[in-house]
Each structure stands twice: as structure tokens, then as C-alpha cells.
Design a binder for this molecule. Sequence first.
Ligand code: SAM
Length: 475
Amino acid sequence: MNRVHIKTYGCQMNERDSEAVAAMLRARGYRIVGSEDECDVMLLNTCSVREAAEQKAIGKAANIAHRKKKNPDFVLGILGCMAQNRGAALLDQLPDVDLIVGTQKFHQVPDYLDNLRAAREAGVPIAETIIDIAEEAGSQNTIKDHYLPEAGENGGGEVVPQVNAFVSIQQGCNMDCAFCIVPKTRGDERSRPMDDIVAECRLLAARGVKEITLLGQIVTSYGRRDYAHTDGISPFVQLIERVHEIEGIERIRFTSPHPRGFKDDLAQAYGRLPKLCEYVHLPMQSGSDRILKAMNRPYSRERYKEIVDSLRAVRADMYFSTDIIVGFPGETDEEFEQTRELFEACNYDMAYIFKYSIRSGTPAADMGDQISDEVKEHRNAVLLDILRKNSERRNAELLGTVEEVLVEGPDKTGKRFTGRTRGNRVCIFDANPRLIGQLVPLKIERGSVSTLYGELVLEGVDQMNGVERSPRPTF
Ligand code: SAM
């Protein structure tokens, strides 16, 4: 009963939480497996941001729960945001779930599984589902372990060295956006100590990690209650500076900032910290001042555009992505048109476009004038079309240029390799496995909407990685 499969729904924070759970379980003697057909324990780490995400996880859990009929020892657990949001109420639909663990209790999962296992081995029937969705002081400090599959583990063959890592810097959110369930599912904003984060990044660098993505709900608020500004530099930028000093770390990214906290010190950091990649994910949500106000987003469309322009003034080649909600209650055609206009003006390379979804318990759920699915669908399609054209235009501009790519490992076919540019474009190319973890110059030859294809320019490889003279790689 020690083979665990974890299925993750939702954002990068959820991916990171699952990774930490996997690392803790492995340290406790569990084996992480890549296939849900081969596991004794299935954990669904869930998302609550939209109703559809919850329904998807509930459907999956109901399906998996049938396995318990054939194998009563099979364990099914629901973790994360939906567990936090729905708690014991989940049992109305999923009476056979063994474990419901909220967002502040991921670190308890190994103990709970140990208890279940011990009870089953002793032949003791477990009458009740374990439910733990309590708050826990300091729980933000428990998401720190990283998991790297060993050979043959988790569906993989050979071990591919870890090249990039997500590092959680904060949990929770105090922004109270009218549409958002996150303050309920993730609790109040809590930052991790800066020294702990830096120590974790150093450890990752020592293991060969080259790219760090700092994660939090509102990273621009990082440490605001724990650290002072120094010479006008916010705690978040101080943290970036310290990660930037770590030898071996070549690239730094972060997600998500809030426009309210995106001040000049952060914009200027892109000019003076070369490891900070010229890619910014800046959630806009709406281009209408009235809707932004109704959403309780404390900035205007003008201020949002000012931030984008200030970043392009520092780095003309800056890449942008964003989050947009279409069909927020009361959004008129004119207000959507303002979003469309600003969306076009910002020239995004990537965007997550969400159709507004009612989240019970949030202020927007009780607002009148809900928008029809048909209108949301249309507005969604309008923005997606702009995004596709932008992406094709950007990829066309890149044809023939040489981009710095961090080689991450084999692509899905296993025949070629994949990596990303500093602007976060996915590239596919032929390479030698020894280049995994290296920055390589790639000549871009072709592009689809989402992917670039190219050929390595081998002369530059070693110089890019700080090696003056070494044999050229053989292929
Ligand atoms: N913390 C980030 C911020 O506030 O800027 C974003 C975090 S949220 C988990 C990810 C995105 O989901 C949001 O930026 C928003 O666009 C979208 N979202 C949140 N609640 C939503 C809802 N009720 N309906 C549709 N999309 C939603």
C-alpha cells in the first residue's frame, strides 16, 4: 500500500504543493508512481478558482472511488483548495473518500497515510474520513521540499536533471477581489522568512537548478509586514536581489505580481539584474475602470498601461502575459470593448482568459446582472483571436534570430529536446543530452502559435555558460 499517484488541478502553486507532498511522502518510504492504474493511494490536489475546476475533480474522484469496491484497501484523498472550500460537505457527493486535507495541512499527509496504512494492516476498520482543514500558524514554511524522480520512478526512465524549480515565497492573499475564492481557500497572506527562501534557492543551485520561479498569490506584497524598505527597495525586490547573487542560478522569474504593488523599484530591477528574465505576468482582469472598481482591484486602466510602458521603457523587448476575466457581473459591451482595446494595446504574448464563474461566498456571487454564457463565450473568443495573432506576429519576428534557450530535457516524443527562451517561449530542437541544464544559442527557423523550432548554434554554447574553451559537443 505504498504506491502513491498525485493528480494536480489548477495553478503553479498547486503544482508546487503537490511536489512538496511527493517529496515528503518519498522521504517517508512511499513510492510516487506516474500511472493512476498502478497506485494504492490516489491523491487529487484540487483547484477552486472556477466551478468547472471543482466539478472536474469531483467527477474524477467519483470515478476513482469505484476502485474501492474491488479493493477496499485503496485510499482516495482530496487535497488543497477544494478540500478547504468544501470540507466535510464533499462527503455528500463522495462518501468513500478517505482523506480531506486543506491548504495549510499538506505536511500532515504522510502522517495521515501512515495512520490509514497501520489501521488497515492491523485489520482495524476505519469508520470515518480524516478531515483536516484547520488553519495552522507557520504553515507557509512547510512548502519547501523538492522532489526529483529517481530512475524508473514516477513513470520516467532515466533521471533528467532538474533545471528549473518553483519556490514558494508566500501563502494566502489579503486582496479581497470580489470574484475570488482564494482568500477563503488559502487564508491570510503569510510570507516565508527571506533567509529560508534564499537557503532553499542555494540548495537548488547546488543540485544543478538554473532557473527559479518565485511563487505567491501576490508576490509584490512579499514580506511587507516583516521587512522594511531599504533605499526605496521593497522586500520583494530585496529578495530578488539576494536570489540573483546565488552562483549557478542563471534565470529568475516570478508569479503573480499585483499591479498595485508593481512600483518603480521592481520595474528598474529589470534594467540592473540581468538574471531577471524579461517576461512579466501582470494580471489585468479588466480594462474598464468601473469593472475594476466593482472587482475591488485598486488600480485604473491608465495606471495599468503606465506599468506596462514603464517596463517596456526599461526593456523594449519585454514579453507580457496576463489574466483577464470576461463577463464579470454587469460588464456591458462598451466595458468589454475597453478591455479589448487595452488588451490590444498591451500586445500580450500569452494570456489566461477566464469566463467569469460564480464562486459562492464571494461578493460578486450576489451581484445582479450576471452575464449569459453566450456573451462570455463571444468575449472570450474575441480576446483569444487577438492573442493568437499577437503570438504569430511575435514568432514571425523571431524567425532567423538567435535566442538564448535553457535546455530542460527531452520533448514529449523523447526524440528531440525542449527548452524555453528568456521570454518563456517553448522551443523544440535536436541536441545532445549533455546540454540539459545549459544555456544554448538557438537559431529560430519555424514557429507555430505556441512553439518555436530551431537549430543550435554550437559555437556559442560554452561561452554562454561561462566556459572559455572546451571541446565542442558531438552529436
Ligand atoms: N493572485 C493573482 C491576482 O489576483 O492577480 C491571481 C490568482 S487567481 C488564482 C488566477 C486567476 O483566476 C485570476 O487572476 C483571475 O483572472 C481568475 N479568476 C479568479 N476568480 C475567478 C472567477 N470567479 N471566475 C473566473 N476567473 C477567476
